[in-house]
Design a protein around this ligand. Structure first.
Ligand code: GTR
Length: 407
């Protein structure tokens, strides 16, 4: 187990607040000039992000997948596969993840594998489509959170637009965040207490809720990759708001993820902490004290001392495709500072030989997303407030069409 992080020096005030910590420079000041250098720099940044912001998650555990079943849903358009993901080393009463995978039935019938959008949901798998075949995942309700069992069936149908995803030739996979952590504010809830003794960082850097949800998404990737109907290299992670933060973290820190699509992820997601006049570090750690490692809150009021920022997290995705989607009227998530982060990360894509974000930005509304208009980085907006809808999903699928072999 690496304890390298004990050796990280304390953050030091070295740059004015309007500058971002450099990406293509090692902590000791030496330049990052080659793809091989970047591998090392990437590891350094990943450690810093875990150390100062999100906390250290446990190493990937051995998973046990069980109780898989299939059913026809959405009037036969989709084949539903539900898989229970349990953790071999944990006691039987420990949390498990119920992963629901909706596959286009025509592809399943023809024996074709498909790319998959893996989304993190907070209202329950059964909220994503209105179909009695979907198991009600109501862990949030048990913990007094959001979600209301059967009454919630299909309530997020216009949000996830599963039928639209399937009609584009993609599968949709999802788990409810409460399976891993119910977001109750009580650190004794969820999966984290089971790993208290297995965390690789020093005290104060234990994983927060966002890292736990991200870890859950990565366990879903473990379970999805061996599935015959899934193209293992074409799994995209997606999430909105707090789920967007977790999706970005999951995709950035797991190179098996083929495409990363944080939506309106804001502070703790793509929006920079520096010069962010919307949700500050004090706001988010005050409102959601469990979401981050304890170290992060200490940077409230002295953000210029934070050795990383959201551009560092975005850069971990390179050279894989990243689409950041934002609502033009969703001020709290600060779309401007999200775009700045993506722009600041662009040199890493370029160093690795991938096409960056280009000049015509941001892409808006009906702007075409295709081979001619996007590289491996994209920032896209629609005229909305804080929501996910079919317009955003179309943009993500258009972007995925560019980068995946075919939807
Ligand atoms: C807000 C929070 C955001 C975002 C959002 C959500 O209150 O300030 O950072 O996480 O909640 O997830 O709904």
């Amino acid at each position: 187990m690496s304890r390298d992080d004990d050796e990280l020096p304390p953050p030091s005030r070295c740059r004015p607040t309007d500058e971002l910590p450099p990406l293509l420079e090692f902590r000791d000041g030496s330049p990052v000039e080659t793809a091989a250098d970047w591998r090392e720099r990437r590891a350094e940044l990943r450690r810093s992000l875990r150390h100062y912001v999100y906390g250290y998650a446990p190493d990937p555990p051995e998973i046990e997948t069980a109780t898989e079943r299939t059913a026809d849903v959405l009037d036969g358009a989709a084949t539903l596969v539900e898989t229970e993901i349990a953790f071999a080393a944990l006691p039987a009463d420990a949390p498990s993840i119920t992963l629901a995978v909706f596959l286009p039935s025509d592809a399943v019938d023809a024996g074709r594998s498909v790319p998959v959008l893996l989304g993190l949901n907070w209202r329950g798998n059964h909220a994503a489509v209105d179909d009695p075949a979907v198991t009600i995942t109501d862990t949030a309700r048990e913990h007094g959170g959001r979600g209301d069992g059967a009454a919630e069936r299909g309530v997020a149908a216009d949000y996830w637009c599963v039928d639209q995803i399937l009609s584009r030739g993609y599968g949709f996979a999802t788990y409810q965040l409460a399976d891993v952590d119910p977001d109750s504010g009580d650190p004794a809830d969820g999966i984290r207490p089971y790993y208290d003794d297995d965390l690789p960082g020093p005290p104060g850097t234990e994983w927060g809720v966002l890292a736990a949800w991200a870890w859950g998404l990565q366990r879903c990737v473990d379970a999805l990759r061996p599935m015959e109907a899934v193209r293992a290299g074409e799994i995209a992670v997606l999430g909105h708001s707090r789920c967007g933060k977790a999706a970005l973290l999951a995709g950035a820190t797991d190179e098996r993820v083929g495409l990363v699509a944080p939506h309106q992820s804001g502070t703790g997601g793509t929006a920079l902490d520096r010069d962010n006049d919307q949700e500050g570090i004090g706001d988010i750690t005050g409102m959601f004290p469990g979401w981050f490692a304890d170290t992060y809150a200490a940077f409230d009021g002295q953000v210029d001392r934070l050795p990383v920022d959201s551009h560092s997290l975005a850069a971990l995705v390179a050279p894989r495709p990243l689409i950041d989607t934002a609502g033009a009227r969703d001020y709290w998530t600060n779309p401007g500072r999200a775009l700045d982060a993506v722009r600041a990360a662009e040199p890493v894509w370029e160093l690795l030989g991938a096409e960056g974000i280009g000049d015509d930005l941001p892409l808006y509304g009906d702007d075409a997303i295709g081979d001619e208009t996007v590289g491996s980085l994209c920032h896209y907006r629609r005229e909305t407030g804080h929501t996910l809808n079919e317009g955003y999903l179309d943009a993500v699928l258009d972007f995925a069409d560019v980068h995946f072999d075919g939807g």
